[in-house]
Design a protein around this ligand. Sequence first.
Ligand code: CDP
Length: 783
Amino acid sequence: MSTDAKPRHAIGHAIKRKEDPRFVQGKGHYVDDVTLPGMLYLSLVRSPYPHAEIKRIDISDALKIPGVKAVITGADLEAAGLGWLPTFHGFDKQMVLAIGKVLFQYQEVAAVFAETRAAAADGAEAVQVEYEPLPAVSDPFTAKKDEVILRPDREAKTNHIFHWEVGDRDGADRALEKSARRVKQRIWFQRCHPAPLEPCACVAHFDTMGRLQFHVTSQAPHVYRTALAIVTGIPEDKIHVMAPDIGGGFGNKVPVYPGYVCAIVGALKLGRPVKWVETRTENLTSTGFARDYHMDVELGASPDGRLTAMKVSTTADHGAFDAAADPTKYPAGMFGIVTGSYQVPVAHAEVDAYFTNKAPGGIAYRCSFRVTEASYAIERAMDILADDLGIDAAELRRRNFIAKDQFPYASALGFTYDSGDYEQTLTKALETIGYQDLLKEQAEKRARGELMGIGLSTFTEVVGAGPSKHFDILGIKMFDSAEIRIHPTGAGIVRTGTKSQGQGHETTWAQIVAEELGLDPQTIMVEEGDTDTAPYGLGTYASRSTPTAGAAIAMAARRIREKARKIAAHLLEVGEGDVEWKDYKFQITGVPTKSVTMKEVAFAAYTNPGQNEPGLEATHYYDPPNMTFPSGAYVAVVDIDRETGEVKVRRFLAVDDCGTVINPLVVEGQIHGGLTEGFAIAFMQEIQYDHEGNNLNTNFTDYLIPTALETPHWETAKTVTPSPHHPIGAKGVGESPNVGSPAAFVNAVIDALSPLGVRHIDMPITRDKVWRAIRGAQAVSVG
Ligand code: CDP
């Protein structure tokens, strides 16, 4: 028998895959690289008005433009029964092209198909649309008054979309009344946008068999296939969705957008492939908005800072259609995580959502469905409470942490946290950053009138949707899947229902297989995003891939190992019960010299399986028993220039706990990226609308993306508290830095300004806002 070297121990190693285009994102091809013979280009006519009646659409000039082949309008689509598209959330529908009226600026009004991109754009310019402007509603507080009803197509004649609540309202009220201290603050998480490098794009094509070949920037290819079958009536077996390399998704590429439906309709009508690639302005104005939660947060506490109760009442701006990509039973996503890392005896949270004349919003931008908003609310509120009580912000958190021996912990708002050790993570963060020295330095600086701030965020997330008894999208349960095939030479392929957009699944999925089967991760191919080959899954967003597909891979690999054990017994000429899996190979129990490797078993599976069924492959659909609850302790240190209001992030440390780490290098990359996004949200980014509903941030000169010049240096560290229910103990991590960091930045700024009496500033914390806060405080102190 073989004495092959022990296979590489994969999990926990910062391995890199070979420079192979199959494995390395960014070396493959993107939707815009797909070019097919006879391909037409789609350009969309968009409304300049936020709210208007459409009186007339004249396409005759457009059709005269050389190269323009066809123009379709909302009326054409409605006549074909394709006027409306169900939103993922399932409770609303969205116009594909405007029918009767437009409801937000840049809404899709007509679709132009032409031989070239330029001709399509010229054609779109030439479509004449006569609008009669209507009063626009650009904030949810005005919408609440129902003076203008935005959606007469709906039965309920109100702008109110839903009321959702969880917890004990009366109990929280009573506990707050009895509390020695109460703090209350309205906290707005502004509307922002994931702004991936690659905007949304698709190529639709019906092949000679009449089968739709759909290349698309989708984070959830299988859900697209099902949704397209429902919307278009094309049988699902006649739809092939392919998501090639994706230049960033962050939630922007979860919903099905009107451009996709138009491209398919054009391909069907004209019998030619159709490509649609969003422009940057289209991306920023019409697809994938996030947040826009106005949260009234109230905390009660004892004089020594023990939390007694929490209440949060949120007014949410969902834009013109309720297109939030949330699980069906959770219209406000996982907002119930708003009690955070703390023991809150009684709590109540409610969300009321409203239509406004804005682009449809509410996608989970690097966020497990409203976790970012919830986390920001509690972490800001904890600092406000600490300030009110005169207790150090770290100490207040320690006094209220769920202790490590309290897990599994049932929160007041209905989650069962799987595991955590918040005290350890915070301690590590404070020691690593040198908290005591920073406090000393701050005291000295304050004495000199300098503005230095230290901000903490000790957040807990809920990721990995999810247990099928609770979570579905369009009725489809939110499990995920993996299929593994081991070839005769011990190389293999793993396919999952998730779809990496830069998260490195090509590396980490191979590592899980390698760990479970004792094979070389470099010889395990990873393939995702092709609905003809991958098992059905719900896709990649909300840091769900590792908790769901990652678990499915481990389980499928274990199935393979069980079958391999039988073949190993045959090779070792003993009974199956006498074979043990040890040191990444099968050996006769207690006789390490008598062993076979998985590679040898794989060869035998196809050449000499004995009485066993030939072949070595398995599929697993993993239905997680619970969500995973990653956590972290982040510390930001800022200096503020009193004269200009400029904030300099001097240091930022992120200590993350995502359970078992599969690949430290990949995790580090995830954290760097998410912190950079969190930094941008905290200081630079807001999709603003004026009071008439005009979008003021339609390109990257108005919606700022941080460059290497602005981005702070990130320091990282970790603690490891495995998830008890995940097969390898891993929790999700991708969104943690985006979820946890905004509060740390804002807390640091407010801490710096607190000697001036500043208690809160809404994000983005621009230089202008800080300068005004300083000036306002000076005016107060002078006057
Ligand atoms: O769903 P998504 O891939 O965006 O998020 P994730 O599950 O948090 O994983 C992001 C990347 O980090 C993947 O390549 C994971 O396999 C990797 N990861 C890891 O190496 N160890 C963990 N404990 C969690 C994630």
